[in-house]
Design a protein around this ligand. Structure first.
Ligand code: ADP
Ligand code: MG
Length: 706
């Protein structure tokens, strides 16, 4: 969203650009999604060739990528037969080195044009063949002694596709089209959108100058300045929009007020709390209490590492709702988790006289009818469940707080439905399963209020993580046996990327048989859990593991989130290279929940990609979910991080959430200050900004309802 939509000429269909026409336009649309002049301008070059830089041939090494050389053609010949037929010319420069220029196509034409003894400038990608540097199909132009050594500008290189190249729309032609388009445009087509005082303070170059320099920079420095300007602009505009949405919510979305801390909360806190809350838990509770007392609707994201103790915070918040005569509900993404939460909550509540129920897809019709009735008349105070809760038939008397656990499994539309369950929308607390890097959270969820629990309960033993190859599997099995004999339990996880994938399923079955061979019945018992099983069988197997009737759990990632079996001390992950970092971390979080020392063993084949082995290294090096999340972002980029794909806020052209942290923080700081001083952007100095924001297409729906 660099250029806004207000300008007519920029909205012209691309076929109207001279040199394009209907057929090429079709290809541009299909291949590069270039529909308008604006789209072409926004097709930024991915790099520039420095035409001022000439590399002496003798200094070229295999490490060089693209080079430009200049020298005399000393020889040319056509060699080879049929497909191997090629034109080879030798170019010698002042350094005394020689490079081969090779053509496989257009041989007669090039052969005729190439004059032995003349001086040329050649540019292209170097490769080495038997220690000889070569450029195939170089860009070549005569370089007469009378001409200046080289043109002094950076030539843009645009990405194109094979199809486009075949139709004469390669990178060079795109450059020509872009250049001719710029001739039709002027400063007024790219009005400045940033306030003058910000431009001045940050020493940014003006917008028009920047857009020109992104394509045709007069110098490397100028290019960098253009890049900087857009990094700031993109982050700043995004932060400003998020800030405006947040302000609007705070101003207009009225919330119910939990004005008092009552008996439920106080009694629970004094008599039922099984442990001292961590500092982070206390802080987050304070933040929540402030929100729910403010009169505006709370819309808060709670981030905390696996095991940081989000559940108890959620429960305390729900008690606060009940204390104020409101109902509260908590949604989990799966049946297993909902049930686990419910059991956990019941246990914590003990004899506290509070009507808590569970509602899931498995709830029997008769029971369900009863629950719906008591929800509607207000008898049920606290409801735990799955997405069954959000069905339209479920009506609350006065829902005051909705908590969504393990946020990324829940669609935005589903959350939106929760809003509508009460005349005044309930307070929302969204809890993430795994941490998201701060920069990502700022952009993807920047319109939400945001709490972090960056502290684990005390006395947690760090989990020891090791990486083993498949060839060491029998040692791993021996290790498990040893732990099981000590009374512990173990998980062995197989990847099932797509629950329907036959091959993965077969792997799981083979793995299961293999484990059985090491752990024969009746000495040992094994549970197996996967997505293809009927729900009741899955539940039974899960339950048997929880009650320690089975010692080993062979499973797919259906057990990924939240499952709590404190006696389990070993987590083995098969084909660990197939999992992403956050998933590995989440799986590892299934152990280390009790007092026993726990282990995570990552098993992979011997051949690993660089990224794969990087992931294993990080897992072995740290237990810190926030560090892992940062690394994940670095390795994979924001678009691949679970839960953020849908978020339009991440579509930056130049700025990168992974690499431009400083710019993002600066942009956020300044956006916050602008909105503090001028929340409506009504001051004259913010007029250009306001105009620009108005021209951007509609707000992204996700941000309003997260
Ligand atoms: P998560 O944040 O992953 O949802 P849970 O809420 O499941 O974490 O808590 C993990 C474990 O830590 C639970 O067994 C819980 O009882 C325990 N726990 C939570 N808070 C504390 C605390 N302040 N002190 C000791 N143990 C705690
Ligand atoms: Mg949890």
């Amino acid at each position: 969203m660099i250029i806004s939509n207000q300008n007519n000429i920029l909205n012209s269909p691309i076929e109207y650009l001279k040199g394009v026409g209907p057929q090429r336009a079709d290809l541009l649309k299909k291949e590069l999604q270039i529909f308008t002049f604006k789209d072409l301008i926004e097709h930024f070059p991915f790099k520039h060739i420095d035409k001022t830089k000439i590399t002496p041939i003798l200094s070229i090494t295999p490490q060089d990528d693209f080079v430009q050389v200049t020298g005399r053609i000393v020889k040319k010949e056509i060699i080879g037969e049929k497909r191997g037929r090629r034109l080879v010319a030798q170019l010698q420069d002042k350094s005394g080195g020689a490079i081969e220029l090779v053509w496989f196509q257009g041989i007669p034409w090039v052969e005729k044009a190439l004059i032995v003894g003349d001086v040329y400038r050649a540019y292209g990608k170097v490769s080495f063949f038997q220690y000889q540097a070569q450029i195939s199909h170089p860009e070549l132009e005569p370089a007469n002694a009378s001409q200046p050594e080289a043109k002094s500008f950076l030539e843009p290189v645009y990405s194109s596709t094979e199809k486009l190249k075949a139709r004469g729309l390669g990178g060079r032609q795109l450059a020509q089209l872009t250049q001719s388009l710029f001739l039709m445009l002027s400063e007024k087509d790219f009005p400045e959108n940033l306030p003058a005082y910000i431009i001045e303070k940050l020493n940014l170059i003006p917008r028009y100058q920047a857009i020109c320099a992104i394509h045709f920079p007069p110098s490397q420095e100028m290019y960098q300045q253009a890049v900087n300007r857009f990094k700031f602009e993109e982050f700043f505009i995004a932060q400003l929009r998020l800030g405006l949405i947040r302000l609007e919510r705070q101003r207009y979305s009225k919330g119910v007020v939990f004005s008092q801390v009552g008996d439920y909360f106080n009694t629970f806190y004094a008599k039922h709390l099984p442990f001292e809350l961590t500092g982070a838990q206390k802080r987050v509770l304070k933040e929540i209490r402030k929100d729910v007392g403010s009169g505006a609707q709370m819309n808060r994201l709670l981030q905390g590492d696996v095991g940081s103790g989000k559940t108890i915070v959620a429960l305390l918040a729900m008690l606060l709702a009940v204390d104020n005569q409101f109902q509260a509900c908590m949604l989990a993404p799966t049946e297993i988790l909902a049930r686990q939460h419910f059991q956990g909550i019941k246990k914590l509540l003990g004899d506290l006289p509070l009507n808590a129920r569970i509602l899931t897809g498995a709830t029997k019709t008769k029971e369900r009818r009863k629950i719906l009735e008591s929800l509607a008349n207000g008898e049920i105070q606290l409801l735990v469940g799955t997405h069954a809760i959000i069905e339209d038939t479920v009506q609350f008397k006065n829902l005051g707080l909705a908590i969504v656990d393990e946020q990324h499994r829940f669609g935005v539309a589903q959350r939106a439905k929760l809003w509508k369950k009460a005349s005044i929308p309930p307070h929302m607390l969204v809890m993430t399963a795994t941490p998201i890097p701060r920069t990502l959270a700022m952009t993807a969820y920047g319109d939400l209020d945001y709490s972090v629990m960056d502290e684990l309960p005390p006395n947690r033993q760090p989990i020891t993580t090791v990486h083993r190859q498949e060839s060491a599997r029998s040692q791993v099995m021996d290790f498990i046996k040893n732990e099981v004999q000590k009374g512990r339990q173990a998980y062995i996880i197989f990847p099932l990327i797509e629950e329907s994938e036959k091959l993965d399923y077969e792997n799981l079955m083979k793995g299961y048989e293999n484990v059985k061979a090491y752990f024969p019945e009746p000495k040992y018992w094994i549970s197996m859990v996967h997505g293809k099983q009927p729900l009741d069988i899955r539940e039974t197997n899960m339950q048997r593991f929880k009650t320690n009737d089975t010692q080993i759990m062979v499973a797919t990632t259906v057990i990924e989130v939240g499952v709590d079996v404190p006696n389990a001390s070993v987590m083995v992950i098969e084909s660990a290279e197939k999992f992403g970092l956050s998933q590995l971390h989440q799986l590892r979080g299934r152990v280390g929940r009790g007092a026993e020392k726990s282990y995570c063993i990552l098993i992979t084949g011997s051949k690993l990609s660089n990224e794969g082995s990087e992931r294993m290294k990080i897992m072995c090096a740290t237990n810190d979910g926030f560090k892992i999340a940062e690394k994940d972002l670095e390795l994979r980029g924001p678009g691949d991080i679970e839960g953020t794909r849908q978020s339009g806020a991440l579509n930056f052209k130049i700025a990168s959430i992974a690499n431009d942290r400083e710019w993002l923080l600066l942009a956020q700081q300044i956006a916050t200050r602008v909105l503090e001083k001028d929340p409506d952007l009504s001051q004259p100095i913010h007029q250009s900004l306001k105009t620009y924001l108005h021209t951007l297409k509609g707000r992204t729906a996700w941000s309003k309802i997260s």
